[in-house]
Design a protein around this ligand. Structure first.
Ligand SMILES: [Zn+2]
Length: 221
């Protein structure tokens, strides 16, 4: 009984440590003095804040070939109406040193331009329609995997890339909150993540704008 309780405490602390970031108001857990005298307190009676916050699963920091996966110093965890759980940004929208993109004239040095925003998340994470719209699955292009989805809504396309599973079909109408599919790594060289890209309806990736307003990320930790 006792070793199991200790193990649970360690696992919990590891998850918390992995999510520690620069958030100015970090999640409160039991104070060190309380933990030292009664080690099981944090597990048996977590503070309300910890209980409410979804786990932030970071995943591997490198690809199987040893290349970095995270190209940002942002270590905060985010929730969004577009996906289940809380997750970290992997590659932000815009100029990046990530090696997956050809040098772009829009960027200084040899940096490439990332037209979407990548959120690291375990394969199989639920992905939802964050807005109501019409589903487009044809003509998206192989760079986003063969199960990518576009939700066309109010004059813009929201592309969800690298899905491992798609539960909607071309032409479907979806409401806000409907399940669209599951996250994955199809077409991605750098492991499971959700690529979110926002373009004008029927536009090209070259017309993509920052997806942050559509994503409405909320910091949890
Ligand atoms: Zn991406």
């Amino acid at each position: 009984m006792r070793p199991a309780a200790v193990l649970t405490t360690s696992a919990c602390m590891l998850v918390l440590a992995g999510c520690a970031g620069t958030d100015a108001s970090p999640v409160r857990i039991a104070s060190p003095s309380v933990s030292a005298t009664t080690p099981t307190v944090a597990v048996s009676a977590p503070s309300v804040d910890v209980a409410r916050a979804p786990a932030c699963k970071v995943g591997p920091r490198r690809t199987p070939t040893g290349v970095k996966r995270f190209w940002t110093t942002d270590r905060r965890c985010y929730t969004s109406r577009w996906f289940a759980g809380a997750h970290r940004r992997m590659i932000p929208y815009g100029c990046t040193s990530a090696p997956w993109y050809a040098p772009s004239p829009r960027c200084s040095g040899r940096k490439g331009f990332h037209h979407g925003l990548d959120l690291a998340m375990p394969k199989g994470t639920r992905v939802y329609a964050g807005v109501a719209g019409r589903v487009v699955t044809r003509g998206i292009g192989s760079a986003y995997g063969d199960r990518a989805v576009i939700i066309r809504s109010r004059g813009r396309d929201v592309l969800l890339g690298h899905l491992s599973r798609r539960v909607v079909s071309h032409g479907d109408r979806v409401r806000k909150g409907d399940l669209v599919g599951r996250s994955g790594a199809r077409g991605a060289p750098d492991g499971p993540h959700l690529h979110v890209e926002v373009r004008p309806a029927r536009g090209s990736y070259r017309d993509a704008v920052s997806p942050r307003r559509v994503l409405r990320l909320k910091v949890t930790r």
